[in-house]
Design a protein around this ligand. Sequence first.
Ligand code: SF4
Length: 281
Amino acid sequence: MDLWRRLRDMYRNARVRRKVAEHVEGSDLFYKLGIEITSACNYRCPFCPQSKSARPEAYMSFSSVSLIVEQLVALRYAGEISLSVTNEPFCHPRCLEFAGLISKKLPKCNLRFNSNGSLIDKIILDGLHGISTPFIAQINDYTGGRELSRLGGLLSGYDAEFQSRFILKRRSFGERLSTRGGAAQSRRRRDYFGDFDCLLPYFRMDIGTDGSVILCCADYRYQMAFGNIHTAALKDIWNSEEFRELRRTLFRGKRRSVSLCSRCDMAAPGLPQWLTGSSSA
Ligand code: SF4
């Protein structure tokens, strides 16, 4: 890591902290939500925790997804809903049904899928085509372009607007991505990221297959749960003192005192332009 890049990241981090203090600290609701509808993935990419210690396969029930959706309707939620966390969403046989439910009940939300693309066929594309909610499907191809050309061929039968919802990316098994709370291999030296803020829990909530509201999308084994959708309201969990204290800890740059965060190299990821003043933080 060269000095210039390190200084640039420190500057960005300080700027984002200021913005968060101004805009987000007082927010009482998330605007990104990850629902891990299944823990399954049909790939074992070397940079992903699934490759070393895959979790038992679990599938969220339709009633659990409905429970979440009903609460979001009551909260007039209009943010992003991702059906991907550390999984392949199309491994869940009811993925399309969930997307249809969200589309019907929460038409102002944006849906997101991160997928390796291998399970997407014409039936799934037809189902997605029938969804009225805006959605983005990022397809990460790890087959040297084979899945991309297969999908490109399938997509050519649809209108341009539908095609534009698919972000097709050629990726590599050799990539080193985030450590994801220490569950995956390291990308950076520990002393580089040790004291950086992570502001993810200020704006994003993640729900595991069992209904646990977990620390973040890097909490692969649901080690830090702040409540469960089956026993508490989403908003109450989000605003619980325990969750707020965790955010304050991270905001102060004390990530070393949080077990998962001390092994994680993520820092203020995915913040939107209105908050950072740039397209990526
Ligand atoms: S630093 Fe902590 S809160 Fe942030 S992504 Fe990593 S594990 Fe999650």
